[in-house]
Design a protein around this ligand. Sequence first.
Ligand code: MTE
Ligand code: MO
Length: 205
Amino acid sequence: MASGLVSRGFFGKRRQTEEGDRVPPGQYVTPDFPVLSAGPTPHTPLDAWTFRIDGLVREPVEWSWKAFLGLPAQKFTADIHCVTKWSKLDTQWGGASVDTLLEAVDLDPNAKHALVICDGGYTTNLPLADLVNGQAFIAYQYNGTPLAPEHGGPARLVVPHLYFWKSAKWVRGIRFLEKDQAGFWESLGYHNRGDPWKEQRYQGD
Ligand SMILES: Nc1nc2c(c(=O)[nH]1)N[C@H]1C(S)=C(S)[C@@H](COP(=O)(O)O)O[C@H]1N2
Ligand SMILES: [Mo]
């Protein structure tokens, strides 16, 4: 009996420690998937949907929904961290990595920054360096099913290593820029980069 209690305590503690290593400072883990939107959910019909890469590229490129689904697809498992302090572990997504999209364009060497553009007018900015090398993807599936409209369907950016406001819902394009241009929350006082491990929540953090 005593050994049962000991081993239960041991495993409980161990699980907590392993989970703790994955939870940035000031965050708590939730099994829920809260919806956080600054405005109403847009409903762009799929036959009117396009995804466009423009700005500092030799030729802008635009995919229809059908063409986008034809891009090499990948599954992604990621922990996500919202600046409102919830984290969700092992979320499962399907979509195309930003690396795959960038294979279709000739990026100008001066393209160091990106502005992500969405239906409804939401934007967010990231350095190019945070979008490449398997760090960011355009997801159209969640848990193996089409991404729900309230979570950004038909497609959203997911950048799990930064706070979740960078993971723009209803994404329609990425514009590459020489100079950084603040997005929606970034121009309202949120941190420009938003690294959850450094608790970069607000400007000055
Ligand atoms: N287009 C758009 N994308 C957005 C937002 C938004 O209001 N509009 N909110 C951001 C914020 S603050 C968070 S925390 C996440 C929330 O995503 P979820 O609703 O799927 O949890 O989306 C981000 N992407
Ligand atoms: Mo958020």
